[in-house]
Write a protein that binds this ligand. Structure first.
Ligand SMILES: [Cu+2]
Length: 505
């Protein structure tokens, strides 16, 4: 086997040390007294785990924090989509794609009411375009694949931001290559602030941490591997064994004994995470894709599918200097029973994501308010019609919506500007799909399945539709033009699971 694996199952961090890796350092000694966690994947994946010990020490690299481009101070920043070599691993250069030469790409930071202005230069071999995910912008600014620019062309983005404070993101969206480009680096965070939120006194500055989670595959030269041509299952979604946070593999981050606001984005290709902490039982969910919830919800885990964001508050007050806390995924076996590439941890794999090192006492007297935001509920009675969108897999394994493989120039739905509609998204397949609509923010009315998602209570632009489930969402169409709706599993949208709707004025 010439591939090396860095998979890190939580069972290792719980102290179930395998022969030959006792020297992992102080990180795990503290917890090594605890009994191992039961992990059904351990037997299946243990050869990979042994490989890990030879190659890579988890939690040895410091979490990178993206730089920020702040508007309105920033004057016409330039994003040059380009090949770059960066240190994902400290000991090697990895060839990736970046906007400004390094990873993670900068975070866009802008206040409601301000104007966004940026030039995209395409230095890639193929056409590309940036989509501002969750931003309500004019059609020509949205980054539809029909607007992709050729090599060496420039696209000027200019629009005003007039929506809820929230954790949005950006990524390229070229026809058929979105998965490959995001996989190699072309995405980043886009945070909108506003005054209402400032008065809440939520943790900020060093106590506010953006976390972009992505699972990836690397070869033995630390180079990214995308779809494996030998495994057709990769068309169902590319899952990796190395979890990157802000482009850092299994990083650590130093914290104080106080409250932290974590803005978390799942920018993976297909993997859904069920996020939890190993030694902190409860945390607060305070926000979803497009802003704060009405009130915090106490949770012990939160499900985050591709393209979704959560805003959470975790409190390290009961920890002591020297303690370690791991953020992990508990696995999400409900997400699929489709065949995936068996060389990589499956949907139900328990995996570590990163580790927090408690390094300093801190008297945190802040209080998270009970009332965070007002979410005006869109009434069902306002809807002028209900549309049904069906998620399908066609003969030959082609992922589609309504049995029609995506055609960039076909209008699949026509909607009237200024109206409200209910969309009923019906999943007919044994795999959960995150459904994203451009040009709107929506509210989830209900879902037919059994799992209760607390994130359904907030503003959304992406919603996970479980296998054989129907989810109803409601929204107002406020911007005219041609927009997309699609599955946000990147290999599915590239396949054909995407469609166009026209909002007519
Ligand atoms: Cu899908």
């Amino acid at each position: 086997m010439n591939r090396r694996y860095f998979l890190h199952l939580s069972v290792i961090s719980a102290g179930y040390l395998l022969a030959g890796c006792e020297d992992r350092g102080a990180t795990d000694k503290k917890q090594s007294q605890k009994p191992p966690e039961i992990d059904s994947d351990l037997e299946k994946l243990s050869p990979q785990v042994e490989k890990l010990a030879e190659d890579f020490i988890p939690f040895s690299q410091k979490l990178k924090i993206p730089s920020e481009i702040n508007f309105p101070q920033a004057s016409k920043p330039v994003f040059t989509a380009q090949k770059s070599e960066v240190n994902i691993f400290e000991d090697a250069k990895t060839e990736v794609l970046t906007f400004q030469g390094d990873l993670p790409n900068p975070t866009i930071r802008i206040s409601k009411g301000d104007t966004f202005d940026l030039n995209l230069v395409n230095k890639l071999a193929d056409p590309t375009i940036i989509h501002w995910h969750g931003l309500i912008v004019p059609e020509e600014m949205d980054g539809h694949p029909k607007d992709a620019i050729e090599t060496n062309q420039i696209k000027h983005y200019h629009y005003s931001v007039n929506q809820n404070a929230g954790t949005y993101w950006y990524h390229t969206h070229p026809h058929g290559r979105t998965g490959e480009e995001i996989y190699h680096g072309l995405s980043g965070l886009y945070i909108v602030d506003n005054k209402d939120e400032e008065s809440l006194n939520l943790p900020k500055d060093e106590f506010e941490i953006p976390l972009i989670i992505q699972d990836r595959r690397f070869d033995n030269k630390r180079q990214l591997l995308y779809k494996d041509p030998n495994f057709l299952q990769d068309h169902n979604g590319v899952m990796g064994d190395v979890i990157l946070v802000n482009s850092t593999p299994l990083p650590f981050h130093e914290v104080k004994t106080g409250k932290y606001r974590l803005r978390i984005l799942n920018a993976s290709s297909v993997r859904t995470y069920k996020l939890a902490f190993d030694t902190i039982e409860k945390f607060l969910l305070i926000g979803t894709d497009a802003g704060l919830l009405e009130e915090p919800i106490i949770v012990d885990s939160v499900v985050l599918s591709v393209a979704e964001r959560v805003d959470i508050i975790v409190d390290f007050k009961d920890k002591q200097v020297g303690d370690r806390v791991i953020l992990k995924t508990l696995g999400f076996k409900e997400g699929t029973n489709m065949k995936m590439n068996a060389n990589y941890p499956s949907f139900d794999a328990i995996m570590d994501i990163m580790q927090f090192h408690i390094t300093e006492e801190f008297q945190d007297i802040s209080v998270i308010p009970n009332n965070l935001a007002i979410i005006p509920r869109i009434k069902e009675s306002e809807a002028i019609q209900t549309r049904t969108i069906t998620m399908e897999i066609m003969a030959g394994g082609v992922w589609t919506l309504d049995k029609k493989p995506y055609d960039m120039h076909r209008i699949d739905q026509k909607v009237k500007l200024g109206t409200t509609e209910i969309w009923e998204i019906k999943n007919t397949v044994h795999m959960a799909h995150p459904f994203h609509i451009h040009g709107v923010l929506f509210q989830v009315l209900d879902r037919s399945g059994k799992i209760n998602f607390p994130t359904d209570k907030g503003w959304k632009d992406t919603v996970l539709v479980m296998p054989n489930e129907t989810v109803r969402v409601i929204m107002n169409f406020t911007v005219p033009g041609l927009f997309l709706y699609h599955c946000h599993i990147l290999e599915h949208e590239d396949h054909a699971m995407m469609a166009n709707f026209l909002v007519e004025g």
